[in-house]
Write a protein that binds this ligand. Structure first.
Ligand code: NAD
Ligand code: TDX
Length: 338
């Protein structure tokens, strides 16, 4: 694979994947195709060498522009998505456009161009919640919020193109991912940056004991890369972190690492349809030779340190549209605080 198209490569995991490819494979050229929504950020790829990284501003829902970018690429790895569950609860139009229509365009272009590999990055959320044990790839999917339903729709379309047209598509389902450069609407960077500023941490009341499995971003990228190269077309691979934590435990860890105390915790109304626990079994990907390398304590410490040392990155994000969103999403917070 010499020329790889990465869609959504200016976002959190996509940009880490671009940086990973460039440092791991000296002969790879990355075409980074990103619409630059509120979550896209060129600061995330500013160190990428211009002779091996071509940025194209484009929308996966724009079939013509996407097809032009995919021409001549050996593989496509799709990270482009609307990704925040709470935003999907406020309104899901863009989620359907990008996560379903956009994936349809990728599949159509891959069929037409004969693209050798298509990897669709998906999520453990498509399985829905599980009380005990862990989901395997053969378990039925049961997405329970508009974000995960749209991601599941994209996946199903992708798989249908394998069965119907033989397009070599591989799907990965990753756990909650954490690390540097994550947009501060997701719980970890939101709580970390609020804690740094001594601002309240809005914990969903009733969901404080809900469990997420945490996967360090570089481990997620290695898993995606292995599935891309060694995975079997038509197959799904879980990418698990092996770090299941209750939200309250994660919150306490963030407070500890930022030197704050629990007086910053504010309970706010729970997310509607809040999935209680995510847990996936990654033995299928492990059988190909993958395992997560980052230890939880080390990963948390270096991630929190990164937000402490890189205020230049997140302070300019936490303005404008972000503040509008924050006020709408956490209206209860001002009621509590005032
Ligand atoms: P992100 O929100 O940080 O970035 C998404 C990127 O996609 C942004 O750069 C945005 O500009 C771009 N984008 C959005 N719509 C687009 C469109 N129509 N055309 C082209 N580009 C578009 O997301 P992330 O957290 O990095 O997630 C990346 C992928 O990984 C997503 O597909 C997501 O579903 C999946 N995933 C995320 C997690 C997680 O914990 N963050 C876990 C498992 C899977
Ligand atoms: O303010 C908050 N308060 C709170 O208690 C936020 C934003 C979240 N939470 C809780 C809800 C969840 O139980 O924290 C947990 C994690 O929430 P998010 O960071 O929004 O992640 P989640 O909903 O679990 O989804 C994430 O993992 C799977 C990503 O956002 C998805 O893109 C990915 O597919």
């Amino acid at each position: 694979m010499k020329r790889i198209l990465v869609t959504g490569g200016a976002g959190f995991i996509g940009s880490a994947f671009v940086r990973y490819l460039l440092r791991t494979y000296p002969d790879v050229h990355v075409v980074n195709y990103d619409k630059m929504t509120y979550a896209g950020n060129l600061d995330n790829v500013k160190e990428c060498p211009p002779d091996r990284h071509t940025f194209v501003r484009g929308d996966i829902a724009d079939a013509t522009a996407l097809g032009a970018a995919m021409e001549g690429c050996d593989a496509v790895v799709n990270f482009a998505a609307e990704t925040h569950v709470d935003r999907s609860i406020m309104g899901a139009t863009e989620f359907l456009r990008t996560n379903v229509d956009g994936v349809y365009n990728i599949m159509e272009a891959a069929k037409r161009l004969g693209t050798a590999r298509v990897l669709l990055v998906s999520t453990d959320e498509v399985y829905g919640s599980i009380d005990t044990g862990s989901f395997k790839e053969t378990d039925p999917i049961n997405p329970r919020n508009p974000y995960s339903a749209a991601k599941a729709g994209g996946e199903l379309l992708g798989r249908s193109y394998f069965t119907t047209f033989g397009v070599p598509v591989i799907i990965t389902r990753g756990s909650n991912t954490y690390g540097p450069y994550q947009y501060p609407e997701k719980v970890l960077p939101l709580f970390a940056t609020n804690a740094i500023d001594g601002q309240p941490l809005p914990l969903y009341e009733g969901g404080e004991h809900n469990v997420r499995d945490w996967l360090y971003v570089d481990d997620h990228c290695r898993g995606i890369d292995l599935a891309l190269r060694e995975g079997r077309p038509g197959e799904v691979y879980n990418v698990a972190g092996g770090n299941e934590r209750e939200n309250i435990e994660l919150t306490r860890r963030i407070l500890e690492l930022t030197g704050r105390d629990e007086s910053l915790i504010r309970f706010v109304p729970d997310r509607p349809g809040h999935d209680r626990r995510y847990s996936i079994d990654a033995s299928k990907l492990r059988a190909l030779g993958w395992c997560p390398r980052m230890d939880w304590d080390e990963g948390m410490a270096l991630t929190i340190r990164w937000y402490q040392e890189n205020e230049w990155w997140w302070r300019k994000i936490k303005t404008g549209e972000y503040l509008e969103y924050y006020k709408r999403q956490y209206a209860a917070l001002s009621a509590i605080t005032e």
